[in-house]
Ligand binder design. Structure first.
Ligand SMILES: [Zn+2]
Length: 203
């Protein structure tokens, strides 16, 4: 198919969505061609998202523009010195479901992955450093990236990158989460236990 037709341009956009291959993207594009009455609600919904949603200025969690910082960062009861680092917003939802964590979060926005050309510069690591550096408080950072090659590489990088910051203690989610596990698919009980039994990083 000609790459510059409106349908292939739309299909190309859909193919950027997680889990959507080229074939499905093309079917989605044709769906909108054949069901034009579904286009207007899609446009207005995307426009609404574009206008009203942004990243939390502290933790990078997706939040509404009129409530930034997000509800976790703005919550006076949560422990602001206990920061749980996760790959993305869905991990926060999973950890919240476990009801075992009363600290705050830091969303990296991905994991270091040389194969996908994602380096530490593409992630929110510098903003994490800025949260804790030159601060009189002592912090505990729980690294809760996935137990995968990318998750481990990212975890090690963060540990190394922030090693000279004296007021930070690091921990990693405890076992119970097998290697290869993606937090998105782990049940909340197991996540809760892994947080409770987190291990001091330097042991
Ligand atoms: Zn926040």
């Amino acid at each position: 198919m000609d790459e510059n037709t409106p349908i292939s341009i739309l299909a190309k956009e859909f193919s950027k969505l997680p889990g959507i291959g080229n074939k499905t993207a093309l079917r989605m594009a044709y769906f909108y061609v054949q069901n034009k009455n579904n286009i207007t609600p899609l446009i207005s919904s995307l426009d609404n998202i574009y206008r009203s949603v942004e990243k939390c200025k502290i933790c990078n969690l997706i939040t509404y523009k009129d409530s930034n910082p997000c509800k976790y960062c703005a919550d006076g009861i949560r422990n602001k010195q206990l920061i749980c680092i996760v790959e993305n917003d869905t991990d926060v939802a999973q950890i919240e479901k476990s009801n075992s964590f009363k600290g705050v979060y830091h969303i990296l926005g991905g994991l270091i992955s040389p194969l996908s050309n994602i380096s530490h510069n593409d992630l929110e690591i510098e903003s994490l450093k800025n949260r804790v550096i030159n601060n009189d408080d002592n912090f505990e950072i729980i690294i809760a990236t996935n137990f995968t090659t990318e998750g481990e590489a990212t975890s090690l990088f963060i540990r190394q990158y922030l090693k000279d910051i004296r007021n930070v203690k690091f921990s990693r989610l405890a076992n119970g989460l097998p290697f290869g596990s993606n937090l998105e698919y782990v049940d909340s009980y197991t996540i809760g236990k892994a947080i409770e039994r987190r291990i001091d990083y330097d042991n």
